[in-house]
Ligand binder design. Structure first.
Ligand SMILES: Cc1cc2nc3c(=O)[nH]c(=O)nc-3n(C[C@H](O)[C@H](O)[C@H](O)COP(=O)(O)OP(=O)(O)OC[C@H]3O[C@@H](n4cnc5c(N)ncnc54)[C@H](O)[C@@H]3O)c2cc1C
Length: 495
């Protein structure tokens, strides 16, 4: 191997890049990773799904995360007035310690993951921007970089993984990036300190508030420490443009901060929460973030994480989708590098049907399509909202099963079981069907809970114990059966 030739070059040191680098270096490959920023750097995307938990555990960072971050037992969807809400607690369906996820400060999380990748063997160079790639050679790729001192260099590897996030380096360079105009939203956000936790935040839950109407948006509030929250508002771009013009006309130089505060206060719950608090980060803006990139993989490259495509963050799914894709694609690249001829790379022509990478992307695309369907449903004004669905009493088996499925999906069960979830979507998408069964909605006591019951000292205590739900919550919630025959039985009655 030439001095500067590696098995794999990774573009980007976010969760996707660190994870794929870790997977590949553990499998014995030499990995060179370039990150344009100097870490730690702030980043949006701070609430993790329970399905991330085994991945953090496998990478060996679970204890550090437990020492550093707030634990997350569930998510609460609330209507704007705060009158109607549904609590989705992961302990209802997950019976091991992974029911507890994390809320993270991304500057810290991404640094932990990148340093861990280095510990495992990845050569990671921060302050190095990838400025060009060449993918047209049959047996190697070339990558050009410029570091913070302006020094340029060229590198070679057998394979390239693009994990450059929403820059989508390869997709943008080759004109493969396509916006999703139906999801044209912008997020404005910051952190606040001096917060008195309430409304589920005091036990570590996420709170998502609908703000609907012209804004077609929502507010997120996640606890990041005993008195610190991240709070953001997501709005349709047409509304944001109009409000920005109005604020600028009124002479408001810092329209971003003015808009953040105005929009957060559209919810009485958030207004009360922000009383007496201090904004602790500059106002951040993340715009135009929903797009799809074509040609996710080829003979010598693959795109993962946001570099593969991104579809609205309402379900806090981005980091899990990125890391799980990094695992699947990392393992497929490993198999390919071991023996390209056996992996469908016939005559060097690329990734034939049945190749490891093609199979990996079948699972990945299925997962992203499922999340996309969830998101379309969230914004469908005729569908039942996630705030209203559990706010009814009485029982019906089909609905009980659907509620359990809803919990699993919110926890992140996108990859293995995406085919199973159509019934739940059918229930939510068909308003009339749902109305017919309104009087039969789930009666399980835990689905009616107004709390996930996580003690404050577990949520905020930075404790290292591996809690099962029984241990952490001090009670034994009745198991809910999902999937397999039982789901099919229940589902047979669905509207
Ligand atoms: C408003 C909003 C809210 C969100 N909320 C959540 C949430 O609550 N939970 C959740 O899980 N997800 C959330 N997400 C999504 C989440 O932020 C992303 O899905 C996740 O960060 C993707 O990880 P990644 O590693 O693919 O990309 P990133 O984390 O963006 O990492 C990519 C890295 O590549 C580097 N890079 C880019 N170009 C180059 C280059 N040319 N050379 C070298 N390095 C480069 C960047 O500096 C960056 O560090 C949210 C997203 C948005 C927009």
């Amino acid at each position: 191997m030439a001095a500067d030739e590696y098995d794999v070059i990774v573009v980007g040191g976010g969760p996707a890049g660190s994870t794929v680098g870790s997977v590949l270096t553990r499998a014995g490959h030499s990995v060179l990773l370039f990150e344009k920023e100097q870490f730690p750097r702030d980043h949006v995307g701070e609430s993790m799904l329970p399905f991330c938990y085994p991945l953090f555990d496998d990478l060996g960072v679970r204890d550090e995360l437990a020492r550093t971050f707030v634990r997350k037992p569930g998510v609460r969807f609330v209507d704007r007035e705060g009158a109607v809400f549904t609590n989705w607690c992961f302990s209802h369906v997950i019976k091991d310690e992974s029911f507890l996820s994390f809320h993270v400060d991304r500057a810290s999380l991404d640094t932990i993951l990148l340093n861990n990748a280095r510990r495992l063997g990845v050569e990671a160079r921060e302050g190095h921007r990838v400025t060009g790639v060449g993918l047209d050679q049959p047996d190697h790729v070339t990558v050009r970089t410029r570091d913070n001192d302006g020094t340029e260099a060229e590198h070679r590897a057998r394979f390239l993984v693009d994990a450059s996030g929403r820059d989508a380096f390869v997709g943008t360079k080759f004109g493969w990036r396509e916006p999703r105009p139906e999801l044209d939203r912008t997020a404005v956000w910051s952190h606040f300190t001096g917060v008195r936790m309430a409304g589920g935040l005091e036990e570590g839950a996420s709170v998502i508030v609908y703000i609907g109407e012209e804004k077609k948006g929502w507010i997120w509030i996640f606890p990041l420490g005993p008195d610190r929250i991240t709070a953001g508002v997501v709005m349709q771009n047409s509304y944001l443009r109009r409000r920005r013009a109005e604020l600028l006309e009124e002479g408001d130089d810092d329209w971003k901060t003015a808009m953040l505060h105005d929009e957060l206060r559209a919810s009485p719950f958030v207004t009360d929460l922000l009383e007496g608090t201090t904004q602790a980060l500059p106002t951040m803006v993340d715009g135009d973030y929903s797009y799809e990139v074509r040609n996710h993989h080829g003979r010598n490259y693959a795109m993962i994480g946001d570099a593969r495509g991104f579809i609205d963050p309402i379900f806090s799914s981005g980091v899990f989708l990125s890391m799980k894709t990094a695992y699947l694609v990392g393992e497929a690249v490993h198999r390919h590098l071991l023996d390209p001829a056996r992996d469908g790379d016939v005559g060097g022509e690329g990734w034939g049907e049945g190749s490891a990478l093609t199979k990996a992307y079948e699972a990945v695309d299925g997962a992203y399509n499922l999340v996309h369907r969830m998101i379309r449903l969230f914004y469908d004004p005729h569908a039942v909202t996630w705030a209203a669905i559990g706010a009814e009493k009485q029982v019906h088996k089909a609905h009980e099963s659907a509620m359990a499925v809803g919990h699993y999906m919110l926890a992140g069960d996108f990859f293995e079981n995406h085919d199973k979830y159509n019934r739940f979507f059918a229930l939510l998408e068909d308003r009339r069907g749902f109305e017919r069964f309104r009087e039969h909605v789930v009666e399980r006591p835990e689905f009616q809970d107004s709390s996930c019951r996580l003690p404050w000292e577990v949520a905020f205590g930075r404790r290292l114990e591996r809690f099962s739900p029984e241990e952490a919550l001090g009670f034994n919630p009745e198991p809910v059966t999902v999937g397999g025959d039982s789901e099919a039985d229940h589902g047979a009655d669905a509207p």
